[in-house]
Design a protein around this ligand. Structure first.
Ligand code: SF4
Length: 230
């Protein structure tokens, strides 16, 4: 219970953050200019807290919330296309209780998995500035302290991979230069493992760069790694 309390305290701090003026302003703009299909909805339009099982062995690291997805619903990946792919895979492999989630109060729960992101406010065009990534890094470093059972990191896409490596090095791990690609398995000196994947963005899923079998292969690698270690 102590871990849960700590995580909840941490999440409460995150949602009040205003360190990136460009993003604070952008979120206000987004909530003023909603697309027709979401016109009646109240947008979250604040930093998104990470979420999931505080005892998770699997930590998924996204890039940034989507302006009309997580930023709208108030929970990472909830109500957007990338989330459909991610949540469906998590469900197929036993890490979630539902195959999708459209609202943050629809009962969706993660088991043995936790979801965070490189930055927690939606950036214009999904492109955070380097200084915004740096501003947000302290929250990820804090999560590395709070999530004590993590055995496998799944950064979604190259930016999340690069930033996960950077954060782990800042956290004290000596990690050599590692190449990004899909389905690479990198053991870390402390016994944790990074498993890489292309991001399940529409840009990748609609062009066939990332297919369902390719994405599911990542979770097979994860289960295999957890089985080997348990
Ligand atoms: S991106 Fe991160 S650091 Fe910047 S305002 Fe949002 S929560 Fe704060």
């Amino acid at each position: 219970m102590k871990g849960i309390t700590e995580i909840e305290k941490f999440q409460r701090i995150v949602v009040t953050c205003r360190k990136c003026p460009r993003l604070v302003a952008y979120l206000q703009e987004v909530s003023k200019h909603k697309p027709r299909r979401y016109r009646e909805q109240d947008y979250w339009s604040k930093p998104l807290p990470s979420f999931g099982d505080p005892d998770a062995q699997v930590l998924i690291v996204g890039l940034a919330p989507a302006a009309q997805g997580g930023n709208r619903t108030g929970r990472m990946f909830t109500g957007d296309r990338s989330g459909e792919w991610l949540f469906n895979a998590l469900y197929q492999f036993g890490f979630a209780n539902q195959p999708n989630s459209f609202r943050r109060d629809d009962g969706f729960k993660l088991h043995d998995a936790y979801i965070t992101a490189t930055i927690r406010c939606a950036p214009p065009k999904n492109k955070p500035l380097p200084e915004e990534i740096e501003n947000c890094r302290s929250y990820f470093l804090k999560e590395l302290d709070l999530l004590k059972n993590v055995k496998v990191f799944i950064p979604l896409g190259q930016i999340a991979f690069t930033q996960t490596l950077k954060s782990l090095r800042l956290h004290g791990l000596e990690i050599p230069a590692l190449a990004f690609g899909h389905g690479k398995v990198y053991p870390l000196p402390n016994g944790q493992t990074i498993i890489t994947t292309y991001h399940p963005s529409q840009q990748n899923t609609q062009t066939g760069k990332l297919t369902r079998p390719m994405f599911h292969q990542i979770f097979k690698l994860v289960l295999n790694k957890l089985k080997v270690r348990s």
